[in-house]
Each structure stands twice: as structure tokens, then as C-alpha cells.
Design a protein around this ligand. Structure first.
Ligand SMILES: *[C@@H]1O[C@H](CO)[C@@H](O)[C@H](O)[C@H]1NC(C)=O
Ligand SMILES: *[C@@H]1O[C@H](CO)[C@@H](O)[C@H](O)[C@H]1NC(C)=O
Ligand SMILES: *[C@@H]1O[C@H](CO)[C@@H](O)[C@H](O)[C@H]1NC(C)=O
Ligand SMILES: *[C@@H]1O[C@H](CO)[C@@H](O)[C@H](O)[C@H]1NC(C)=O
Ligand SMILES: *[C@@H]1O[C@H](CO)[C@@H](O)[C@H](O)[C@H]1NC(C)=O
Ligand SMILES: *[C@@H]1O[C@H](CO)[C@@H](O)[C@H](O)[C@H]1NC(C)=O
Ligand SMILES: *[C@@H]1O[C@H](CO)[C@@H](O)[C@H](O)[C@H]1NC(C)=O
Length: 273
């Protein structure tokens, strides 16, 4: 007679168990998701010209910051960091010995980092991390350093035309109008800049003028050159020769006139005498 009561208590217990286990299955997931939330972090990209002054800001640094750290990974994969503690007003330059990288003004007022002057080797990832009682914040800057190439165009040997984009970063792109039979080579210089040289010729066609177009992130450049300059230089001596002939002929005429005049006056004098 106790059996139905027992089974009902059992089923209640089982259903409670299921509910509890279902709840405990849901709750830890929700808790985990909350505690795993990463620190507020953002990345920005920045391109700057070489040899300028660069200031990297730490947008999340507020007055309640306890420690501010700048961690740098250069393009050669070496890294360094420097930090500032607000409680004892102390800075430490762990392995950041480059004097061109410094705190912008005083770290107790401004958590920005200054690079002056910036070099190609300073390319890399700069991250500021701020520790505050409310949590940690980070902001990363991908820094790219640009060097405009020096562009020249000239006639080479054997009827070739050569266009150079010297010591640029990143490497420039060279194209021609009209398109010719070209050979382009890139040379990486010791200071990580690149020289691009494009040598072309236009053998089969009648081409009088060609243009070299240099495309680069710092700005594009176009240069033109006359191919048959030889013909022009030949024209000049020919006209000079004509001038010389003309001058010589005029001088000859003057001399003749003087002689004729002289003999005429002499004859008149002779007749009077
Ligand atoms: C920021 O850039 C770094 C380095 O490239 C990368 O590890 C990180 O995941 C990036 N963070 C965000 C939020 O994009
Ligand atoms: C941190 O900076 C980012 C922009 O870089 C901004 O969107 C975010 O709101 C800032 N967070 C705090 C807590 O100030
Ligand atoms: C922190 O130290 C600098 C010198 O290192 C000093 O000029 C400045 O007044 C100090 N700031 C505070 C808030 O003590
Ligand atoms: C890497 O680049 C940094 C920044 O210019 C420089 O201080 C460091 O000496 C370089 N390290 C190597 C191994 O080239
Ligand atoms: C000049 O061109 C000729 C024929 O195209 C070639 O045989 C010769 O090697 C070239 N000389 C130079 C210095 O490039
Ligand atoms: C890199 O080196 C080349 C030649 O060695 C030089 O002309 C150029 O000015 C240098 N550029 C930089 C940014 O140091
Ligand atoms: C330079 O030329 C490229 C194409 O080669 C073009 O996409 C780019 O917009 C040009 N840049 C400027 C500043 O004119």
C-alpha cells in the first residue's frame, strides 16, 4: 500500500534532480562566458613618413590607471617594453634602450609614446596596456614607415631606356607607356629600402616618346623622354654650318664692295690729278 506513495516521491526526487542538473549545466556556461570576456582591446594602423616625429596615444589610459605599459615588437621580431607605475611615480625602461623612443612629455600627465625621428627599423606593433581597478585595457598600433623613392629616367646603352625608383619603402611599381620589351629588377639595400630598376626597348615599332610611371603609396610620379634625341642633336650642327656659311658669304661680299669702292675712288683721284 506504500508503493504508489514511494514511486511518486521517487519521481519527484528524480525530476528535481533532472531540473537541478539542467540548471547546473546552464549556469556554469553563463558564468564562464562572463569571466572569459577579454579586456577591452582595439588595434589601429598608422603609416608615417620616415624621419618625422610620431606620437602613439594610449586612448584608454585614465587617471585611475595603476600601471601603464608600452610593449613593442619590432619588424625584426625583437621586442622591448617600458612601463610607468602611478602609485610610486616610477618608470622602467626594460630593454628599450633606443633613445629615439621616449614617453611623450611626462608619463604622469600623458601616457603617449614618442618616436623622434622615426626610422624604418621602428616598424612593428606597439601596444599600450593599462591596469586600473576596474579592469585592464589595451590599444595596439600597427606602425608602418614609408620612404618615398627617388625617381629618374634616362637613355641607356644600345637604345635602351632606364627608369629607377631608388631607395623606397615599400618597393615601388614601375610601368611604361607604350608598353615595351622590359626587364625589371629589385635590389634590397642595407637599410631595408628597395631600389627598382626597369630597362626597356621598343625595337620593332616607331616610338618617339616614352613615359615611365612610378606607383608608390607616398605618391605617384610620371616622367617622359624623347627616344630620337640623336636626330635632334644632328639637326643642330647642320643649322650651325648654315650660319657659318652665311656669315662667311656676307664677309666676302663686304670685302668685295670695299675693294671695288677703293679702286673707284683711286680712279677718280687719278683722273683729277
Ligand atoms: C591586434 O594585433 C595583434 C598583433 O597583430 C593581434 O595579435 C591581436 O589579435 C589584434 N587584436 C585585435 C582586437 O584585433
Ligand atoms: C578604449 O578605447 C576604445 C577605442 O580604442 C574605445 O572604443 C573604448 O570605449 C575604450 N574603453 C574604455 C573603457 O575607455
Ligand atoms: C613624478 O616624477 C617626476 C620626476 O621624475 C616629477 O617631475 C613629477 O612631479 C612627479 N609626479 C608626481 C605626481 O609625483
Ligand atoms: C631590431 O630592431 C630594433 C629597433 O630598431 C633594434 O634596436 C635592435 O637592435 C634590432 N635587433 C636586431 C637583432 O637586429
Ligand atoms: C646590344 O644589342 C645587341 C643586339 O640586340 C646585342 O647583341 C648586344 O649584346 C647588346 N649590347 C649590350 C652592351 O647590351
Ligand atoms: C638607404 O640607403 C641608400 C643608399 O645606401 C640611401 O641613399 C638612402 O638615403 C637610405 N635611406 C634611408 C631612409 O635611410
Ligand atoms: C597611384 O597609382 C595607383 C595605380 O597604379 C592608384 O591606384 C593610386 O590611387 C594612385 N595614387 C595616387 C595618390 O594618385
Amino acid at each position: 500500500m506504500h508503493t504508489p506513495g514511494r514511486t511518486s516521491t521517487l519521481s519527484v526526487l528524480i525530476s528535481i534532480n533532472i531540473m537541478v542538473s539542467a540548471l547546473t549545466n546552464i549556469l556554469p556556461v553563463e558564468r564562464k562566458q562572463k569571466s572569459i570576456t577579454p579586456p577591452v582591446e582595439a588595434n589601429t594602423s598608422l603609416s608615417v613618413f620616415v624621419d618625422t616625429r610620431v606620437v602613439l596615444h594610449c586612448p584608454n589610459a585614465t587617471s585611475d590607471a595603476v600601471i601603464v605599459t608600452w610593449a613593442v615588437t619590432f619588424r625584426n621580431q625583437t621586442s622591448c617594453s617600458r612601463d610607468y607605475r602611478t602609485d610610486n611615480n616610477k618608470t622602467s625602461e626594460k630593454t628599450c634602450t633606443d633613445e629615439r623612443i621616449s614617453w611623450d612629455f611626462r608619463p604622469d600627465q600623458n601616457f603617449a609614446l614618442q618616436i623622434n625621428p622615426v626610422a624604418i627599423t621602428h616598424e612593428g606593433y606597439y601596444k599600450c596596456e593599462v591596469i586600473t581597478p576596474d579592469g585592464n585595457f589595451g590599444h595596439g598600433h600597427h606602425l608602418r614607415v614609408l620612404v618615398p623613392p627617388k625617381v629618374t629616367l634616362s637613355l641607356g646603352e644600345n637604345g635602351t631606356t632606364i627608369c629607377w625608383a631608388v631607395a623606397g619603402s615599400p618597393a615601388a611599381q614601375i610601368s611604361w607607356t607604350p608598353t615595351g620589351d622590359c626587364h625589371t629588377v629589385e635590389e634590397r639595400l642595407g637599410n631595408d629600402t628597395v631600389t627598382v630598376q626597369s630597362t626597356c626597348h621598343w625595337e620593332d615599332r616607331q616610338v618617339s616618346e616614352v613615359s615611365c610611371f612610378v606607383s608608390h603609396v607616398t605618391g605617384n610620379k610620371s616622367l617622359s623622354i624623347e627616344l630620337n634625341q640623336g636626330a635632334i642633336t644632328l639637326e643642330f650642327p647642320a643649322s650651325a654650318l648654315l650660319v657659318i656659311l652665311y656669315v662667311k658669304f656676307s664677309l666676302f661680299l663686304v670685302i668685295i664692295l670695299v675693294i671695288v669702292g677703293f679702286t673707284y675712288f683711286q680712279r677718280i683721284n687719278h683722273c683729277r690729278a
